[in-house]
Design a protein around this ligand. Structure first.
Ligand SMILES: Cc1cc2nc3c(=O)[nH]c(=O)nc-3n(C[C@H](O)[C@H](O)[C@H](O)COP(=O)(O)OP(=O)(O)OC[C@H]3O[C@@H](n4cnc5c(N)ncnc54)[C@H](O)[C@@H]3O)c2cc1C
Length: 370
């Protein structure tokens, strides 16, 4: 399957996919036909290595594709963002059988969800999900929530505690098949925005999981999680840039067509100030994301650069969507305006894959030399 151009990719997400946004908003589901079309345009293959049927794009070369998808419906960018990230832990830590799944992920035939967050416990040392040795296998108990695409995932990367020490190496990851007896997937969790992204609860009590489903070594769960999360901070920040650019584009188009007191509002200095601030903010975010991607591609340590980009972009996408909504006037507060959906979708970024407060901790540790 040949690699699409960025223009072809953008056309799919901003025209064909966008046409389905009304039904997705209402039903909270991505139509099956659209998922197939997303696979046909190569959405799931972009960063996947060639040995698994992917295009093997570097992070820097991938950014324009993801930004294009992020200008469209939130569920579309989530498809691209997640599938181009979640193969990484399988590639780095997986057994031969687990790595074989990556080919199916690239074609869209296999969906893998990443499961860390718990309602009862925190992440890391405070995790409540536990796995206990049972003969040659494991018994796993606990719950997760807010798991993206859990509604249709075939496998779950489950990070759980394998001892009570609450140490850095107390966590272990498992790649648990959906049909594991006793694993309940409750896809009734509804989110403010990002409709169609199938968030769900997972519940499991003493489920039996064979040792061959362990992903990585015993105690390596945190590394497995971070192999996804570090890269993902760059990818997610780029999604924020794409959505903020869309919010700006919507504000510009509206400001040019909305006439008050005989003049388009785009001719008013107050509105021009909003547009200029949004433009500067989006471009500053894009610059930080490109720098983090460059370091990542060069094999340098990019943890602090990725957290810096994410911290800035989290705040940036909030400011830009706020200003865009204001430029739209009351019309922007109605579901007839695209900014209404964009505004809701942007608020998900506050939490997705780690909050601003946690990015601040990472950045401060770097700046203070800790
Ligand atoms: C759209 C969306 C998609 C998601 N997809 C997934 C997914 O696929 N898989 C998955 O596992 N999770 C997913 N999540 C969950 C997300 O990763 C968590 O919501 C996020 O990491 C925050 O964790 P929490 O909700 O437990 O917040 P909490 O940890 O309860 O935090 C609550 C507040 O306290 C602050 N806080 C907490 N600890 C500290 C601290 N030590 N220092 C300072 N402040 C602190 C936080 O910043 C926050 O403001 C998703 C969330 C959203 C919104």
């Amino acid at each position: 399957m040949s690699q699409p151009t960025v223009e072809e990719f953008a056309r799919f997400f901003l025209e064909e996919y966008e046409l389905a946004s009304g039904p997705i908003e209402e039903s909270d589901e991505i139509p099956g036909e659209l998922l197939k079309r997303a696979a046909e345009v190569g959405s799931y293959r972009l960063t996947v290595p060639a040995e698994f049927g992917g295009y093997g794009l570097s992070v820097s070369d991938y950014l324009p594709y993801l930004e294009a998808a992020a200008r469209g419906h939130g569920s579309g960018r989530m498809l691209v963002h997640l599938t181009n990230g979640v193969w990484r832990p399988l590639s780095m830590f997986g057994s031969a059988d687990q790595r074989d799944l990556i080919t199916g992920m690239a074609s869209g035939d296999v969906v893998v969800a990443f499961c860390l967050t718990e309602k009862a416990g925190g992440t890391g040392r405070d995790m409540h999900s536990v796995a206990r040795r049972d003969g040659t296998g494991w018994r796993i108990s606990g719950e997760k929530h807010l798991i993206t695409f859990a509604d249709r995932a075939d496998h779950f990367i489950l990070v759980v505690a394998t001892d009570d020490r609450r140490a850095r190496d107390s966590l272990t990851a498992f790649l648990v098949p959906r049909d594991t007896e006793g694993l309940e997937v409750d896809a009734t969790q509804r989110t403010m925005g990002l409709h169609g992204t199938g968030h769900a609860w997972l519940r499991y009590q003493d489920i039996e999981v064979a040792d061959e489903h362990r992903l990585g070594a015993l105690g390596q769960g945190l590394e497995v999680a971070l192999s996804f999360l570090d890269y993902s901070r760059v990818s997610l920040s780029n999604c924020m840039v794409g959505l903020a650019q869309r919010a700006l584009d919507e504000a510009v188009a509206f400001a040019k067509r909305r006439v008050t007191f005989g003049e388009p509002i785009a001719s008013r200095q107050a509105v021009q100030g909003h547009i200029a601030e949004m433009h500067a903010d989006v471009n500053a975010g894009r610059g930080l994301v490109r720098e983090a991607a460059r370091l990542c591609d060069a094999g340098e340590d990019y943890t602090a650069a990725a957290a810096t980009a994410k911290l800035f972009c989290l705040n940036m996408v909030g400011r830009v969507t706020d200003l865009s909504l204001r430029v739209h006037g009351g019309f922007g507060y109605t579901t007839d305006a695209a900014i209404e959906r964009i505004y809701r979708d942007a608020r998900g970024f506050w939490f997705e894959e780690g909050t601003a407060e946690i990015q601040s901790l990472v950045v401060a540790r770097h700046v203070l030399g800790g």
